[in-house]
Design a protein. Structure first.
Length: 118
């Protein structure tokens, strides 16, 4: 079964994975994406409105033609595991919002990525 996951966001009726937090595609999703790229009507290489969108939205539109939709990756507590913020920013947010629970409120114990690390 194909999947495409990370931290999802919406733009109109398009749900996509924000590339800043990382993106995971299954092997089947990559196969479908490859087939989609072979058909210029589905994912045109040049001259289309699609290329005026951000790369993560372009990917979502192309995958949508293959029947692959974005899924949000989160833990059992509904915390994101692909983070589009740095650890420092998440800690600051937790300190401001729930200072008694900074460790628990910061981020998932199962976090996979944090943005802003280099």
């Amino acid at each position: 079964q194909p999947f495409y996951t990370g931290q999802t966001e919406s733009s109109g009726d398009l749900q996509y994975v924000n590339g800043a937090g990382g993106i995971v595609l299954s092997v089947e999703s990559l196969r479908r994406l490859y087939r989609i790229f072979q058909d210029p009507d589905k994912c045109p290489e040049h001259g289309s409105m699609i290329w005026k969108l951000s790369e993560d939205k372009q990917l979502a539109l192309c995958l949508k033609f293959g029947g692959v939709h974005a899924e949000n990756a989160e833990d059992a507590g509904k915390k994101d595991v692909f983070n589009t913020k740095s650890v420092g920013a998440l800690i600051k947010d937790a300190m401001a919002n729930s200072p008694q629970e900074v460790v628990e409120g910061c981020c998932s114990d199962m976090a996979i990525t944090f943005s802003g690390l280099s």
